[in-house]
Write a protein that binds this ligand. Structure first.
Ligand code: HOZ
Length: 428
């Protein structure tokens, strides 16, 4: 029963475009009514009607330690009394920067912003300002937030709603965004050769999470690194999803590939609106007020956002066993899902790295956007609804990765596997 959610959705549509403040929440592509949440604790979310869900979105990544993680909540409560915003520097921002630099590889200087979109948008501007070049290369199905340059062949909601061209993005901006298929190093080489000395940056999700979960094939990231070195191109790793999740030092640490600039979001804010971009001093020193590449924000380094992120990152840094537990949980889930999917007889692919995982209903490996788009995504929609009504909250799109949190118990995982079995029996 989701009567209250239905009433809330009807009401929301009178005052909010589509009834939601971010498109994929609307369930438009899977159909049905989005569930309106009221509270969450640990691995569970509770909707307006009091239904409980095991959560595999975790706010699209940030809640790696589970919802309402007590030390984060307490720190926010304590800091709120000092002021919710200063618009002036604080010691806490230095603590946060020093902590990130101590955890993340290749970060000499870090600038805090308020979202992953801002982080990626600013990193691109910096790369352009630093190199004096205009064009960037991004990969089909990768999503780096909703800044104009990134909405060309983007993943996430743009792919979910099958939007081919985003109105409002000028041809000039779109022309400066070149795209290649994920995992296609030869296509990148060709593009770089065709646009000699024109490309400022290559930006990539080192593990893609916006077309389901897609892993870089062996040598792909290393190949991009080598191209960037050879051509003086800035290599930007968008670690908004992978940062502090795949390892304390994110994909850079886990996959042993170095970025020139790295962008963060999600986990870095402990559930508050936070992003950041950082990297080598040689590049970062071009950011204002050190240099002339302008970038600013009234709420950048906001004290509540900083304390939430600081407590979260410190917990992760000091407790490496969290990553071991997350990995074990995800492996366990993968094994269980593998068994029930195999038994169902339907073709499927499970992609996973660390605590990022997704299912595509496909006979073929899922290695890029076109293979993800060719999968049986109608079946995924049915699977999503069958799981939802059984109390398992998956992303409402095959073009999104699932994120696990550390609060999941074996019982939760067993229940998820059992619900997957029942769901497959219902829909096949
Ligand atoms: N960046 C998130 C994962 N694709 C989606 C968040 C949103 O668009 O609401």
């Amino acid at each position: 029963m989701i009567e209250k959610s239905i009433a809330l959705f009807n009401r929301a549509q009178q005052s909010i475009p589509g009834g939601v403040n971010s498109p994929v929440r609307a369930f438009k592509s899977v159909g049905g009514t989005p569930v309106f949440m009221k509270s969450a604790k640990g691995a569970y979310m509770f909707d307006a009607d009091g239904n409980r869900y095991i959560d595999y979105i975790n706010s699209w990544g940030p809640m790696i330690l589970g919802h309402a993680y007590e030390p984060v909540v307490k720190a926010i409560q304590e800091y709120a009394q000092y002021s919710t915003s200063f618009g002036a520097p604080t010691e806490l921002e230095i603590e946060m920067a020093e902590l990130i630099i101590s955890i993340a590889p290749n970060v000499d200087l870090i600038r805090m912003v308020s979202s992953g979109t801002e982080a990626c948008m600013s990193a691109i501007r910096l790369a352009r300002g630093y190199t004096g070049r205009n064009k960037i290369i991004k990969f089909e199905g990768c999503y780096h937030g909703h800044a104009d340059s990134f909405l060309v062949k983007a993943g996430s909601g743009v792919a979910t709603f099958n939007i081919q061209t985003v109105p409002g993005v000028t041809a000039g901006v779109a022309n400066d965004t070149l795209t290649c298929a994920y995992n296609d190093l030869d296509a990148v080489k060709q593009l770089v050769a065709e646009h000699h000395n024109e490309i400022a940056a290559i930006i990539i999700e080192p593990v893609a999470g916006n077309m389901g979960c897609i892993l870089p094939q062996e040598g792909f990231l290393e190949g991009l690194r080598a191209i960037c070195d050879l051509q003086g191109i800035v290599f930007i790793m968008d670690e908004v999803m992978t940062g502090f999740r795949l390892a304390p030092g994110g994909a850079q640490e886990r996959l042993k590939v170095n970025a020139d600039l790295v962008t963060y979001g999600k986990v870095i804010g402990g559930g508050m609106p936070v992003g950041a971009f950082g990297g080598k001093k040689e590049i970062m020193q071009h950011i204002s007020p050190l240099g002339n590449v302008y970038q600013a924000g009234t709420l950048s380094g906001n004290p509540l956002a900083m304390i939430a992120g600081y407590v979260m990152l410190k917990t992760l840094k000091e407790n490496p066993s969290i990553y071991k537990h997350l990995e074990e949980s995800t492996n366990y889930l993968r094994k269980g899902l593998d068994e029930v999917l195999k038994a169902s007889g339907t073709p499927y692919v499970i992609n996973q790295l660390g605590s990022m995982i997704s299912i595509h209903f496909s006979e073929h490996p899922i290695t890029n956007f076109s293979s993800a788009a060719a999968a049986n995504n109608e079946l995924f929609k049915k699977f999503f609804h069958a799981m939802l009504k059984r109390g398992v909250y998956l992303p409402p799109s095959a073009f999104e990765t699932w994120f696990l949190c550390n609060a999941l118990t074996r019982e939760d995982l067993d229940m998820t596997i059992q619900k997957a079995k029942e769901s497959l029996q219902e829909i096949l």
